[in-house]
Design a protein. Structure first.
Length: 448
């Protein structure tokens, strides 16, 4: 189409308008249907955009078009797709990028560099630019500019970009329109790596509106928005949901399910969400139909070893003792309550009036534990075949670590090493970051 320059317009302004008009008319021509068939033959449809690019190349090569000067306002042409469906927006943006890329590729090197510098300066300094561009086009724009010189999201004005995301994609009039806009916004945030610029509170407020969307819809939005986000930031978003929205009093709380599903899909450490971790450990102790106490997989002493150092020790103890009492397993409950750490707890005081249980507790309290020179190793558990004094304990940065490094890493001769470790994983479905509770290394008679 002609440039149709308005009085006082520069060639750059007129050319920017022409690019926008071409993209709009090209899409209309390619999609117009008459009597059930496209109005334009398929061969012409496939070559239209390429021909436009070649026309621009001819202008540039003939010095009729200066890329560094006449394509200054080409970014405003990307506003042509605003308000259009996703498929139309993608085609229009890719069409403009393809045409501009063909023109820039044949320009003199210094003109290409000047053009790219101008684009980056506009992204950094012109806040008004963002209101004149379809916000969904920025991934295509950055990809196009990066072929000339390194260009990424860090050159964008974060505040202006965020404001346009809210304005263009997050103000849908009805529920379906709003959901479609938020879905595009989530993918856009991830593609441009702008999640941290929004902040964890803004991400939760934007994509976790439980008044309008179901749990599964919110999960999909949050997964898309947090895809590729820094791990500490993703954990901060999940931690905020866990602290504010989860209700531990409800066994089947929807928000708890949402948090655990997000932890699983995003492969995050559940220990960053204290309520979700508490619920998982309660289920590990005694869930609805499973658990180490329910299935008698661990001795009472082993269960207590796992919970006595926890902040929620009393709550975990109550879960374990109540499950034993529910199935009339008073001997096991008494062994838990007889532990020194259980004395003075509300669980101990609550069951004081059960005379049979109190008698069993008194019997277990009077028993003296068998001497153990190695530590709290249960019967039938694996242990190192040596005394505690002969073990090299490496519990931090210090001489023991230096000795281990010298023995294993600084020697020249080959060395046979035996390694044994024990993991504590409470739920393989969501506990992806278990800690090694014990790691033993054996070499040349040394146990470390």
């Amino acid at each position: 189409p002609g440039l149709h320059a308005q009085p006082g317009d520069s060639l750059a302004l007129a050319f920017g308008r022409a690019l926008e008009a071409f993209a709009r008319r090209a899409y209309e021509a390619l999609t117009t249907v008459q009597q059930g068939r496209t109005a334009m033959p398929e061969e012409d449809r496939q070559s239209l955009v390429g021909e436009a690019g070649k026309a621009l190349q001819t202008l540039v090569q003939g010095n009729h078009l200066d890329v560094s000067r006449d394509l200054v306002f080409c970014l405003e042409a990307f506003n042509v797709s605003r308000g259009r469906p996703v498929t139309q927006q993608a085609w229009l943006s890719e069409c403009l990028c393809r045409i501009l890329q063909q023109a820039v590729n044949v320009a003199p090197p210094q003109h290409r560099t000047q053009w790219c510098d101008t684009m980056r300066n506009r992204m950094r300094e012109e806040a008004d630019l963002y209101s004149n561009v379809d916000v969904r086009a920025w991934p295509n724009i950055l990809k196009m500019a990066s072929t000339v010189a390194p260009t990424d999201h860090e050159m964008m004005q974060a505040d202006a970009f965020i404001a346009q995301v809210r304005l263009q994609l997050c103000l849908g009039g009805d529920r379906q329109t709003l959901h479609n806009g938020l879905s595009q916004a989530a993918k856009l945030v991830a593609d441009l790596k702008m999640s941290t610029a929004f902040g964890s509170e803004e991400i939760r407020e934007m994509f976790n509106d439980r008044r309008k969307f179901s749990r599964h819809e919110r999960q999909n939005l949050l997964v898309d928005a947090l895809r590729g986000a820094p791990r500490p930031f993703a954990q901060d978003v999940l931690r905020g949901m866990d602290d504010i929205e989860v209700d531990l009093s409800e066994r089947d709380d929807e928000e708890m399910k949402l948090v655990t599903d997000l932890l699983r899909v995003l492969n995050e450490d559940i220990r960053c969400c204290r309520h979700a971790f508490f619920k998982m450990k309660c289920d590990w102790i005694a869930g609805r139909w499973a658990g180490v106490v329910h299935n008698e997989e661990l001795t009472p002493e082993q269960v207590c070893d796992h919970i006595e150092d926890e902040e929620n020790h009393e709550d975990f103890l109550r879960v374990a003792v109540n499950r034993c009492l529910k199935f009339n397993r008073k001997f096991e409950a008494a062994r838990m309550l007889a532990r020194p750490a259980s004395h003075g707890t509300r669980v101990f005081e609550t069951n004081r009036n059960d005379k049979q249980l109190a008698y069993l507790v008194s019997l277990y309290q009077d028993l003296e534990p068998l001497p153990d020179s190695f530590g709290p190793v249960e019967d039938s558990a694996l242990m190192l075949p040596t005394s505690a004094t002969d073990v090299l304990y490496v519990d931090g940065y210090g001489p023991a670590l230096f000795q281990l490094q010298q023995d294993l890493l600084d020697r020249q001769e080959p060395l046979a090493i035996g390694i044994w470790w024990a993991w504590r994983c409470f739920d393989p479905r969501i506990d992806f970051w278990p800690r090694a509770s014990l790691l033993a290394i054996v070499y040349e008679g040394t146990f470390a």
